[in-house]
Structure formats: structure tokens, C-alpha cells
Write a protein that binds this ligand. Structure first.
Ligand SMILES: [Zn+2]
Length: 163
């Protein structure tokens, strides 16, 4: 399966992020780190956050995988920088709902993330798109209690990434 069935605009956004992933840099200081794995596709992602209080000062995303998971991690890096952990969690939870079939709410600007909603047509790709966001929820927001869901990729979080 590939991305040929996606609308042209969506495909371009995803490919742009895939070719030029954001967040591929080292942080001055790592306050939060987590890894996630999507075994059904072989995607791996490692997220690092640099915090200023509860605000996300900088984001680093590393990993490897398909275009969809790479693009999703890149969009995450772009989108959550400067937000509070709470705001980032809200976007992650919203994105999960949208990927599971809910409409994109008008009042929230999801940025390039909206392009990834085109992936809903391909159920096997939904986990690819959600991997960085599920990893974020498990990483930064452990005490929130709402982050873990059966059937998600959360079970693999904390495993080794890379070789
Ligand atoms: Zn994938």
C-alpha cells in the first residue's frame, strides 16, 4: 500500500515532512524522553522534550519508518513546540479521535496534521500516523491517566529504538 489514494494536497504535505523532517536536532537539555514502536509497520520513534516549567521549549524527534510515521513525527515537532504539556495532550487526544473517525473541529487549527487525516482511508496506516502522538501521551503525561488505551501502540512504548 502507498499514499497514491490520498488527495494531492495531503500527499504533498506528507511527502514534504517525510523528506525534510523537523525536529531532527539535539536538545540542550532532555527533560522527557520516550520511544514508541509500531510493530505492524516497523515504525520506530523517539521523542525528547525540553521543558520550561510545563511549557515545551523544544522538541526532538528521531526514528525511522514509513512516510506516514515520519511525517507525523515531523508535524508533531512543529506543532507542539511552545505549547504547554496540557495543550499538547489536547491536540494528541483530538488527533486520535479524528483518526478514529470524528470530524476535524473547526475551532482548532491542526496545521499540517489535518493532512494526515487523509490516511484514515487506509486503516493499516492509522497506527503509523498515531505512533508519535501516542508516544507523546505516554511520555509526558503519564500522570494524566487517560493516555493508555487498549489496542494502541502504547504497549510498546519504552522499548528500545534504533540499533
Ligand atoms: Zn508505518
Amino acid at each position: 500500500m502507498n499514499t497514491n489514494g490520498l488527495d494531492q494536497l495531503y500527499r504533498e504535505v506528507i511527502l514534504d515532512h517525510h523528506r525534510h523532517p523537523r525536529g531532527r536536532h539535539k536538545l540542550h537539555q532532555v527533560d522527557v524522553e520516550a520511544s514508541g514502536l509500531n510493530p505492524s509497520c516497523g515504525d520506530e520513534v523517539t521523542l525528547q522534550l525540553e521543558l520550561d516549567g510545563d511549557r515545551i521549549r523544544d522538541v526532538a524527534v528521531d526514528g525511522r519508518g514509513c512516510a506516514v510515521s515520519t511525517a507525523s513525527g515531523s508535524i508533531l515537532a512543529e506543532l507542539i513546540q511552545g505549547l504547554t504539556l496540557d495543550e499538547a495532550r489536547r491536540i494528541a487526544e483530538l488527533f486520535k479521535k479524528v483518526m478514529h473517525g470524528e470530524d476535524v473541529p473547526d475551532e482548532i487549527d491542526m496545521g499540517d496534521l489535518e493532512a494526515l487525516t487523509g490516511v484514515r482511508k487506509f486503516p493499516v496506516r492509522i497506527k503509523c500516523a498515531l505512533l508519535p502522538w501516542v508516544t507523546l501521551l505516554n511520555a509526558a503525561l503519564d500522570d494524566a491517566g487517560a493516555a493508555r488505551e487498549p489496542g494502541g501502540t502504547g504497549g510498546a512504548v519504552g522499548g528500545e529504538a534504533g540499533e
